[in-house]
Design a protein around this ligand. Structure first.
Ligand code: RB5
Length: 147
């Protein structure tokens, strides 16, 4: 499974921790930056290139981290084919995939601790979209918004 990770300065520290965690689980990880802590950088500069790669199917899933996770999710959801959400609880981390085909997990680097992030990421990456008719119907209505 190919996983993208991206973070601004608010998420940089958590990204640096989860990168080796993902590799230890056997995932192929592409890092879209930031590659150093720069308190003046902007989350769209990292999240948008990763979102485009996700939409182009170069990635299977993606994890975006900013300070709160809000800006990352707002930016990512502007890209057709990206279904991103700020996640702070275990249930939503897997149910978002199962029901809504969530493909980008957004985390707040200043909100979510490392161990909680590990659990949310594991729930997100091991979940699968059920493909149930009611969920397909709802997603179709969402896809129409991208036209
Ligand atoms: C950066 O200071 C912060 O605003 C950003 O990381 C993010 O939290 C925005 O939603």
């Amino acid at each position: 499974m190919k996983i993208g990770i991206a973070a601004d300065h608010g998420g940089y520290e958590l990204k640096e921790i989860i990168h080796p965690f993902l590799e230890s689980l056997g995932y192929e990880v592409t890092d879209y930056g930031a590659f150093e802590l720069d308190n003046t950088d902007d989350y769209p500069d990292f999240v948008v290139p990763m979102g485009r790669a996700l939409a182009d199917k170069e990635l299977d899933r993606a994890i975006a981290i900013c300070g709160s996770g809000v800006g990352a999710s707002v930016a990512a959801n502007k890209i057709a084919g990206v279904r991103a959400a700020l996640i702070n609880d275990h249930f939503s981390a897997h149910q978002g995939v199962e029901d809504d085909d969530l493909n980008m997990l957004c985390l707040g680097g200043r909100v979510t601790g490392y161990m909680a992030a590990q659990e949310l990421i594991t729930a997100f990456l091991t979940a699968r979209f059920t493909g149930a008719e009611r969920h397909m119907r709802r997603l179709h209505k969402v896809h129409l918004l991208e036209k």
